[in-house]
Ligand binder design. Sequence first.
Ligand SMILES: [Zn+2]
Ligand SMILES: [Zn+2]
Length: 234
Amino acid sequence: MTQNTLTPFSFFDLLDACAQPGCLVCRLASEIVHNYLDANLYESVNDPDTQAALRRSKGYCHTHSWLLTKTSASPALGVAILYRQAAQEVLETLGLQSPQAEVRIRRKSMGVFDDILGRLKPQAQCPACIHRDKMIEFVLKTMLEALDRGDDRMQSALAASGGLCLPHLRHALEISKSQAASEFLRRQAGGKLSALIGELNEFIRKNDYRFTGEGMGREGDSWRRVLAWMAGEQ
Ligand SMILES: [Zn+2]
Ligand SMILES: [Zn+2]
């Protein structure tokens, strides 16, 4: 299965994501992971490469394992098929599956648990994390290239969007090869952040008993938005 059939992504998906609240890259990343897990559950459960990757990584990471259970209405059979071989391999590592295997393990003296421990650890990163990181890089490059060529649609979509959270702003600046694109992102982040700080000031002021009668406006969830900006969306 190619990356593109798995999670179709285009310049226009990026523009659409700008219209959603919060960091557009976080939003796309969440959609990308959702599609990836969904495809693994329905199209790739019997795919040898998918199963081999899961054996190496000892399943998905904690976050993506539990996300898998919420990805579809009926994840049960897909999860059972995907995890059976990985669980079987862990069982073999423990060396209990046959008397011969147990004798072999016992003969190894004190080093035996070091040996087992080494093979119980993941030999590779979570496949969903790998896929997400690869796609985030692709999303950011698409955005940076559009900004570099001064694409109006990208500039105005980004200006109207929630912008990038701090981790994704950092990532974009790290991989940017364009002064113009970096400068656009720096200015945009500065503008959005100073507006957010203004809302935090207002939120804190309205929590003072003298002003509580004014009622909360848009600043009411600014404390959540600053968490999302600093750490990335939930
Ligand atoms: Zn983000
Ligand atoms: Zn993961």
